[in-house]
Design a protein around this ligand. Sequence first.
Ligand code: ATP
Length: 240
Amino acid sequence: MSAPDLLVVRGLVAGYGAAPVLQAIDLTVTAGTIAAVVGANGAGKTTLLRALSGMIRPAAGQVLLAGEELRGTPVEQLVRRGMAHVPEGRGVISELTVDENLRLGGLWRRDRADAARALDEVYQLFEPLARRRRHLGHQLSGGERQMLALGRALVGRPRLLLLDEPSLGLAPRVVARTMALLRQLRDSTGLTVLLVEQNVRSALAVADQGVVMSLGRVVIAAPAVQLRDDVDLRHAYLGF
Ligand code: ATP
């Protein structure tokens, strides 16, 4: 039996003012897979994540998480229902320690014992964070802040992780490590990831599905391997 679709988006229209940025987005992400959303600057990738996580209110369309409608759900409810959004720029709180930042990710959880277990797991996964528990957010490197933002999301044990440009400003070595970690989480925990990336090659290398956006629309959604290996598709949609 094939895996169910965790995220289904139909006809999603959203933007910032009168003129919508997203023009009827359709998208499906299978549970336990990584989908990479790529496309030129201004294509609407960040706006898509914001509309999915309730940071902006969609004007039309459907967003289903495991078959349940999410549109109109308050942000804190979305987190309880399994969605975590790590925005571009990462949102680490500079004045709090690593440990305090991570604990924020599990504050809302009623199952305190499991929140503590999830925190331990994040420390095992990100060894540099374990060594810097008492460091303040602003004392961390870019790569460590990225780990912290990701770790904080994972403490909430999301089903769906929305990740905006995790590679931004990071050294290639750190980017490779982050991508490998996403794959490891997918394989070991069945995490589903919607990954927005400018770094098309890295994103398609880790993803199961590639989604190319242009001018607020999905122009093609295909197996990542096909977008990676088919020269005609690459030329037509990715320009390399
Ligand atoms: P980038 O990689 O440059 O972030 P993107 O594909 O993520 O590109 P978006 O950031 O979603 O694109 O931007 C899509 C469009 O929405 C652009 O035309 C942008 O100018 C506009 N836009 C983005 N944020 C805002 C905002 N806060 N207010 C008004 N317009 C915005």
